[in-house]
Design a protein around this ligand. Structure first.
Ligand code: 3NM
Ligand code: MG
Length: 521
């Protein structure tokens, strides 16, 4: 049991959450049928006798399925029922004591919140770590607030380093507010930056314990976990081969053609700002997509299965819209629908910063697109500032590095627009030299880039997200170039109309001939 410890889907029980009259053992049985790989019995208020009786009932079920049963805190109960091990917290019996009592063959898991606690637990011989608290949870009082997937990642990175130092394998799950909506994001975002090493799995209480069908809930979690572990949606591994320019250009042409020729018509959902909503809907249509502008929280669930990609733009964000964004992104994550975030004016006010921070923490994105000021604000750089929604400053000394680092941190493609546009998935970084200065003289040209990203990333979501993003950026910029050259374009007003026309008129031949895509270090 201890040798091939499978932490993929870790159920922690709480019998107080069980529906009245349904025995805990039955819930555990159904959850195992759905794909739970390890069970921890956590009965904080049970008397010893009851705890032992429940443990024996649950053990029948776990033994039959051949999966480990661990007991929370109570080494005595674990001994009494000959469980497979214990899970202990920072305030429980010391690891060495538990090990001395239980021996080397039992599993000992330890809850950790910090890098120091993780290091200590590994050095003292923990078989796995439960890294918490990932998200807010109503299930347990936690002393340290939720640290989000990026906080969990830094603990995990330190744990792995400790394991390497003392030559011991390290295993871990994260816990706290994890469910089938955020499972993919949590697993992708907690992968280490250096080597792309994933957590072993996820631990949940309420996501299974309160489900109408524990089996269905577990099954869905398992499929989300498998998807995440196999997923190439994110910035690719450090050692994976970067994309070359000629292969990128061919791929861009293919993606563009698929949408433009009508082979596929993506339904691009926008929750966007009042200034640009009409331009974005028209741009989406002109590029070959089908726009839907739906921001009410109430309709997100019903829409989600039809939507190809989701564009979130915070340009005129309000409380009601925030609720819609959360609902839509939650559903998008469940359906593995690609999400574009356009953090308009994010550096302008603490409110906008908080909105974007929470969206990225809770759901992440597949693509983040911003101008230099917005990217600087997200990255935490003072090289650029914002005036209103416009970037001001001399520009980044090393723009490619900024987009690459932000991509690696957020685990998504980052697009930074400007005279030259920079795109990175953390491995490959490209500069796109197309576009026209008139784009800077109309409102919404950046937001339309967001639309173009949404229009072209849907079909490559499971392949190369960067190619989809490049396609959107190239298409928009070539349309701008063509519009600016027209003799009927006299200024911003006529340019705006011509811009949409040229998105509509753009052909794959023009694209192949005129795109200026460069690989940058
Ligand atoms: N340990 P739910 S959070 C048991 O942070 C437990 O160590 C935590 O419950 C930690 O999945 C937690 O319902 C409760 O949010 C998790
Ligand atoms: Mg405890």
């Amino acid at each position: 049991m201890k040798q091939n410890l499978d932490l993929t889907l870790y159920l922690v029980t709480d019998s107080q959450m069980a529906p009245a009259g349904k025995p805990l053992a039955q819930i555990v049985d159904e959850a195992i049928q759905g794909g739970v790989t390890i069970v921890q019995l956590r009965e904080k208020t049970a008397e010893t006798g009851d705890f032992v009786r429940t443990a024996l009932e649950v053990k029948k079920v776990t033994s039959k399925a051949g999966i480990p049963l661990l007991i929370n805190d109570r080494v005595d109960v674990a001994q009494a029922v000959d469980a497979d091990g214990v899970h202990i917290g920072q305030d429980d019996l010391p690891i060495e004591e538990a090990r001395r009592i239980l021996g080397d063959n039992k599993i000992i898991g330890v809850s950790v919140q910090t890098a120091e606690e993780a290091e200590e637990a590994i050095v003292k011989g923990a078989d796995y770590l439960g890294i918490g608290t990932c998200y807010d949870t109503a299930t347990k009082y936690v002393k340290v607030g939720p640290q989000g997937p990026q906080g969990v990642r830094s603990v995990w990175e330190h744990a792995l380093k400790t394991g390497q130092r003392i030559n011991r394998p390290v295993h871990a799950v994260t816990i706290g507010g994890v469910n089938s909506y955020n499972a993919v994001h949590v697993l992708i975002c907690t992968r280490t930056l250096a080597d792309n090493v994933s957590l072993d799995g996820l631990a949940v209480v309420s996501a299974i314990m309160t489900a109408e069908s524990p089996k269905t809930a577990a099954k869905l979690l398992r499929s989300q976990i498998s998807f995440a572990l196999e997923s190439s949606w994110v910035a690719k591994q450090d050692n994976s081969k970067p994309l070359g320019v000629s292969r990128a250009c061919q791929a861009i042409a293919t993606v563009f053609d698929n949408v433009k020729s009508g082979k596929t018509t993506p339904l691009v959902q926008h929750i966007t700002n009042q200034v640009v909503i009409n331009d974005c809907a028209n741009a989406c249509l002109a590029l070959g997509g089908s726009p839907i502008m739906a921001s009410d929280p109430v309709e997100q669930h019903d829409l989600a299965s039809a939507v190809s990609s989701l564009v979130i733009n915070i340009g005129t964000v309000s409380d009601h819209q925030i609720a819609g964004m959360h609902a839509a992104m939650r559903e998008a994550r469940l359906h593995n629908t690609p999400i574009v975030i356009d953090p308009v004016g994010v550096g302008t006010t603490p409110f906008r910063k908080q909105v974007v921070k929470e969206l990225l923490r809770d759901y992440g994105a597949h693509v983040i697109k911003g101008n230099a000021g917005e990217i600087a604000a997200l990255f935490g750089s003072s090289e650029m500032q914002m005036r209103g929604v416009d970037a001001v400053g001399g520009g980044f000394k090393d723009p490619a590095k900024v987009v690459r680092e932000l991509s690696r941190r957020e685990r998504c493609v980052v697009v930074m627009t400007g005279k030259v546009d920079y795109l990175s998935d953390g491995v490959s970084t490209f500069a796109v030299h197309n576009g026209h200065s008139l784009q800077g003289h109309i409102t919404g040209s950046g937001c339309m880039v967001g639309t173009a990203l949404g229009t072209f990333i849907h079909q490559v979501a499971n392949g190369d997200l960067l190619v989809g993003a490049l396609t959107g950026v190239v298409a928009i910029n070539l349309a701008a170039e063509a519009a600016a050259l027209r003799s009927d374009v006299k200024g911003p007003g006529t340019f705006r109309a011509a811009f949409i026309d040229e998105m509509y008129n753009l052909t794959v031949d023009t694209l192949l001939k005129n795109m200026r895509v460069e690989r940058v270090k």
